[in-house]
Design a protein around this ligand. Structure first.
Ligand code: PA5
Length: 444
């Protein structure tokens, strides 16, 4: 059902043929994407999220906002989008701020099965004033369930039959163990649309409920996503439609052997965006021998770390630089008083934000001069509207690239074997047969 008329990459066609075919292929992929979206087909539901009704999510967020702290339990698509939103749209060191600078509860994520982090989070909160938000589409992810079991026990020991009043479950609307738990305990719950997969779910209850509770304007996030959707539906010439153009560039450069996609935003607030992108890109496109490896970088820090490699190392990367036009505040001195510091006069009268943007453009120019392919994206500001637009844009590009490669950008069959091994080593019934395989590789 995924085929859109043969992959753009086929063993025996030349790169010139492929490039010639691209405009037609992309148009086919786009039509397919929008048709499937309209049908709310499995995996394609994210296309409709910009138009959803937020009433239930906002109601739940209002309830969440009354707590002192929120602890969200989830991993992969059930955490990375939250990390990205909080990183981009809340002030740095948010949890350390006092109200009113901190507009909502403190926010913690329990993501990795890391005891040190879990213990540290528990030490920082008062259980009786905390909401625990358990997020899992499948309701069965081991890391998430392990955290959940641990926290549920602690909260129940402490609060007895009031424990469920501190839990919000975000999971499949009908299926799974967490859905059963919500029904059995009567704790609050929200559904994740069935047709939306984990890494495409940041604009569902997964990303939006806790975001709204900490003061992020989720209506504006959707507004940005809607405006992007309308923009992408408008221009139907390959180089005029930014999603088509970026998908095409990715396909061409991958075919030329550039098998890494470097995501290098300039601005600390977009670091977690690069991480969110890495999952979206890697898990969606790494299939059937295709896919380019996402590399997370941060400007300007990685100018002093990775840039040498990007400039003069192997020509195997397509590098994206994201620049931000308006960054508020922080003026450098008007004038330097100390004689010994006069050589830095050139920094006067500018802002730190100017410096960061100048660095973004300078790095892009240097890479171009070195003959390296660069995508330079500029957003007016880091705000709900533009983050919503960026999210939708990259989901769209990722899906298009997947369809052009004739793979399913919405599944992740490659992670199942690892899960089987985990289950077998953790002693889950029905998985014993895999234990011997691990023993074989490790000789234990
Ligand atoms: O993109 C995906 O589907 C995955 O990365 C999931 O988000 C991740 O495995 C977590 O799954 P779940 O939400 O079911 O706990």
């Amino acid at each position: 059902g995924m085929s859109i008329g043969g992959a753009i990459f086929s063993g025996n066609s030349s790169i010139e043929d492929e490039i010639d075919r691209l405009p037609i292929k992309i148009e086919e992929a786009d039509v397919h994407l929008r048709e499937k979206g309209r049908d709310d087909a499995d995996g394609y539901g994210w296309v409709n999220l910009p138009y959803q009704d937020l009433t239930k999510i906002i109601e739940t967020a209002d309830w969440l906002a009354r707590f002192d702290a929120i602890v969200q339990i989830g991993i992969g698509g059930s955490a990375l989008g939250n990390r990205m939103l909080v990183n981009a749209l809340l002030p740095p060191f948010y949890n350390e701020l006092e109200t009113p600078l901190r507009r909502g509860p403190r926010f913690y994520l329990l993501e990795n099965s890391e005891p040190a982090t879990a213990a540290a989070v528990l030490n920082r909160i008062d259980v009786s004033k905390t909401a625990f938000v358990v997020v899992s589409k499948s309701g069965s992810t081991t890391e998430t369930i392990a955290h959940f079991l641990w926290v549920w026990q602690i909260v129940r020991d402490k609060l007895g039959n009031k424990a469920q009043e501190h839990f919000l479950v975000i999971t499949d609307p009908k299926k799974g163990a967490l859905r059963k738990f919500a029904k059995a305990t009567g704790c609050r719950s929200l559904g994740i649309p069935e047709s939306v997969g984990g890494r495409y779910s940041v604009l569902t209850s997964v990303g939006l409920a806790t975001a709204a509770a900490v003061g992020i304007d989720i209506e504006k996030l959707l507004l940005g996503a809607r405006q992007m959707d309308q923009r992408l539906a408008m221009r139907q010439q390959i180089w005029e439609n930014p999603a088509w153009a970026l998908a095409a560039l990715n396909v061409i450069h991958a075919r030329l052997g550039r098998n890494m996609a470097v995501m290098m935003p300039y601005g600390d607030g977009l670091l977690a965006f690069a991480e969110w992108f890495a999952q979206l890109w890697g898990e969606s496109l790494g299939k059937n021998g295709f896919g380019t490896t996402p590399v997370r970088a941060l400007g300007a820090i990685d100018q002093h770390s990775q840039l040498q490699l990007y400039m003069e190392g192997p020509d195997d990367k397509l590098i994206t630089i994201i620049d931000v036009q308006n960054r508020p505040g922080f003026e450098l001195p008007r004038k330097i008083e100390d004689d010994v510091l006069r050589e830095f006069d050139f920094l006067c009268d500018k802002t730190l934000g100017d410096l960061l943007s100048i660095e973004a453009r300078s790095t892009a120019s240097a890479l171009i001069k070195a003959g390296k392919p660069v995508v330079y994206l500029k957003i007016p500001e880091i705000s709900e509207r533009y983050v919503g637009a960026l999210v939708f844009f990259y989901e769209y590009v990722t899906a298009l690239v997947g369809l052009l490669m004739d793979i399913n950008p919405f599944d992740q069959p490659g992670v199942e074997q690892g899960k089987r091994y985990i289950y077998s080593l953790m002693g889950r019934p029905g998985y014993q047969e895999y234990e011997s395989e691990v023993e074989k590789y490790f000789g234990i």
